[in-house]
Design a protein around this ligand. Sequence first.
Ligand SMILES: Cc1cc2nc3c(=O)[nH]c(=O)nc-3n(C[C@H](O)[C@H](O)[C@H](O)COP(=O)(O)O)c2cc1C
Length: 214
Amino acid sequence: MKVMVLNASPRKAGNTAKLLKAAADGARDAGAEVEYIDLYDLTFTGCRGCMLCKRKGVERCHCYWKDDLSPIIDKIFHADVLLIGTAIYLGRPTSRYFELIERLHFCSLSYDDYSNYFKGKVNVGLFVSMNATKEFYERLYKAKFEEYAKELEMLGGKVILYPCYDTLQVSDYSKFNMASFEESKKKLVHEKDFPKDLENAYRIGQELCEFQFV
Ligand SMILES: Cc1cc2nc3c(=O)[nH]c(=O)nc-3n(C[C@H](O)[C@H](O)[C@H](O)COP(=O)(O)O)c2cc1C
């Protein structure tokens, strides 16, 4: 059982990374072999439109552009579970997330009939962390992020979307011009809810591996 964990958030010890590390622990405890990658450490871009993945006779579901992402795309297609996380930036996933999805999706898309070349099954956990409260998320982000989660159904497996709300963005708000956030409230949520988020992430990591056996 092979699990790929991809952090599409730039902060290596941030909220998203913590959720992903908890999910990775769950996967490990379910017996999986886990590879954890910070996407911001790699050098890559979105799809360059080289069209090599659409050439006649070439291997499908392989990105032919040579940079740090191409081997990761191969590993995703050969994994049993993908655990991916992104912070919400301006109401969307980060740019790194989109660059990855563009490449992953395009090389498995048939331009003959728009079917999916990928016939395997990779279960996916998509973790999103944000400043927004649950209420704000449900009103303004939920529908969009469910679409992003749906996009990952191209990997043929079960997809679980886990939103983590009202995260702590800095450890000392008094040092920043961030008056729209009340530090005491943020810290309270962090102490009360974040440990539960980590437990839930752990369970999702474990469950997605267990579903693979079914
Ligand atoms: C450039 C930028 C844009 C952001 N935009 C949003 C946003 O639109 N909505 C939101 O809820 N949080 C937003 N945030 C806050 C982050 O999503 C939140 O702090 C998240 O938990 C950070 O994750 P990390 O600790 O993994 O970096 C933004 C943060 C940054 C740096």
